[in-house]
Design a protein around this ligand. Structure first.
Ligand code: AMP
Ligand code: ZN
Ligand code: FE
Ligand code: FE
Length: 288
């Protein structure tokens, strides 16, 4: 049995490799299965699934949705989505609209700060997929307004910075609901970005999310400490949640991060996919 990576981005959102490229890259690295989990979009899935069939790599149709949360950020993963599902398509269309309204406002803000940047340049950086803040960061870097990608976020793009413009987010409950409606398994992504205060706050949040239909927790993630992993495992076991893991690879080797292995420490067995499949089958039989 081989290894898997259940959190990956492509050019359909803010990744650098196209869906077919990421599938071929995963294959070349010897992985047995991957999930494509682009932010707020399923546009890359058809291509990814097709390439997977062609070269015999299991590709799980997934997504990553940003949900309303403060002070940190909450992301929800959905696995085994029915990508034809009308409600899912409608909800994601709504997010695309919110994004399309926000992006030109970021351009305006940056222009007012004296930065010469056009929306066309940002579109070009996005490679034709969905446009997000990382593409603004790329353009700022390319035009030498900042010295690093990270600096672009720190000085201009992160929440509270002068180029930041808020965008609509669904609540966690709403996001889990439409993932479930599309027959997907909803999983809380990288809980360490929630910025919660200790185990019991996370436990309370998870209990609330479980009531809304949450089925899993992303335990294994490059930025999780050993203590994080231990806590998330405990929570998963206590509440019968499926454990997943992934690198969040965007196609850029950020600080040596690579698909499948993260920074060398990750080894995610195929049994993780089997766990997700069991959960999905339960979900489907409950719906009947
Ligand atoms: P958007 O969905 O367009 O608002 O962009 C969000 C994406 O920007 C996230 O998924 C991250 O990939 C990236 N991002 C957000 N905040 C930061 C940050 N402080 N530093 C680096 N990247 C960030
Ligand atoms: Zn991203
Ligand atoms: Fe995320
Ligand atoms: Fe991600």
């Amino acid at each position: 049995m081989g290894y898997v990576d259940l959190h990956l981005h492509t050019t359909a959102s803010d990744g650098v490799r196209s869906p077919s490229e990421i599938v071929r890259y995963a294959k070349a690295k010897g992985l047995q299965a991957i999930a494509i989990t682009d932010h707020d979009t399923i546009e890359g899935l058809e291509e990814g699934l097709l390439e997977g069939k062609k070269i015999d790599l299991e590709v799980i149709p997934g997504i990553e949705i940003s949900a309303e949360h403060s002070p940190g950020s909450m992301h929800l993963l959905g696995f085994f989505l029915d990508i034809q599902h009308p409600f899912l398509i409608e909800r994601l269309g709504y997010l695309q609209k919110a994004r399309a309204e926000r992006n030109p406002k970021i351009v305006e803000r940056l222009n007012r700060l004296g930065i010469q940047l056009t929306y066309e340049e940002v579109l070009k950086a996005s490679g034709g997929g969905q446009v997000g803040r990382p593409h603004f960061a790329q353009v700022l870097l390319k035009k030498n307004y900042v010295r690093s990608f990270q600096e672009a976020f720190e000085r201009f793009l992160k929440k509270g910075a002068p180029g930041y413009v808020d965008k609509f987010r669904f609540t966690a409950k709403e996001a889990i609901h439409f993932i479930n409606e599309a027959k997907g398994v909803a999983v809380l992504a990288h809980p360490n970005t929630l910025n919660l205060n200790g185990y019991s706050e996370l436990e309370n949040l998870i209990l609330r999310l479980i009531e809304g239909g949450l089925k899993g927790i992303e335990v294994f993630y490059p930025e999780h400490s050993t203590l994080d992993v231990a806590q998330y495992k405990t929570l998963a076991e206590r509440y019968g949640l499926v454990m997943t893991g992934g690198t969040d690879y965007h196609g850029i080797e950020k600080n040596g991060l690579d698909i499948g292995i993260g920074r060398g420490q990750m080894k995610l067995p195929y049994s993780m996919v089997e766990g997700l499949k069991r959960t999905r089958n339960q979900l489907l039989s409950e719906r009947k």
